[in-house]
Design a protein around this ligand. Structure first.
Ligand code: MN3
Length: 200
């Protein structure tokens, strides 16, 4: 099995003015694509190691898989979490679940924004369904795969790496995060939450 780069459901310029076309083109076509290629290459190298019973590279290969496949998973969520028709607030059962876990939508939004804005170096803000406690949590993910709660399912993922915003927002990550709320695809977040909470 090999991983493939999913197509965007919208034109790269469709998220403007909140996220400009060149950022989306490079981020999807170069950065995300590179994680897909590297994940597949790492799986090939692991197959070679198994076949030859040569395990001297296993530490590096497993780290590489976590980084690159983690990147592919996260970006696949990120692109579908965004929509030219997005913004506003979630409705219905997801809205109720957010209130149950965070007190209010405003409290959730403040926590998620701060987690994303203050991620040190390269990281992500995540809204994650945590199945053991059957609740929603915010995570401040480091790189693609560190400081995460095992078993949690991300339903909203916002990339805070500089390549996600620097061409448009330069050092103003807080402005990028403020703008991204205008294109959040809440129906997609709700769909992911229903699948995760239902065990799908
Ligand atoms: Mn990225």
């Amino acid at each position: 099995m090999t991983y493939t780069l999913p197509d965007l459901a919208y034109d790269p310029g469709a998220l403007e003015p909140h996220l400009n076309a060149r950022i989306v083109e490079l981020h999807h076509g170069k950065h995300h694509a590179a994680y897909v290629t590297a994940a597949n290459a790492t799986l090939d190298k692991l197959a070679e190691a198994r076949a030859a019973d040569k395990w001297d590279t296993i530490v590096g290969l497993e780290k590489s898989l976590a980084f690159n496949l983690g990147g592919h998973v996260l970006h696949s969520i990120y692109w579908t979490n965004l929509s030219p028709n997005g913004g506003g607030e979630p409705a219905g059962a997801l809205a109720d679940a957010i209130v149950a876990s965070f007190g209010s939508f405003a409290s959730f939004k403040a926590q998620f924004s701060q987690a994303t804005i203050t991620a040190q170096g390269s990281g992500w803000g995540l809204l994650t369904y945590e199945p053991l406690g059957e609740r929603l949590i915010v995570e401040q993910l480091e790189v693609h795969h560190e400081s995460t709660v095992l078993g949690g399912v991300p339903i909203l993922a916002v990339d805070a790496w500089e390549h996600a915003y620097y061409l448009q927002y330069e050092n103003r990550r807080a402005d990028y995060v403020a703008a991204i709320w205008n294109v959040i695809n809440w129906p997609d977040v709700e769909r992911r939450w229903r699948l995760a909470a239902g065990g799908g």
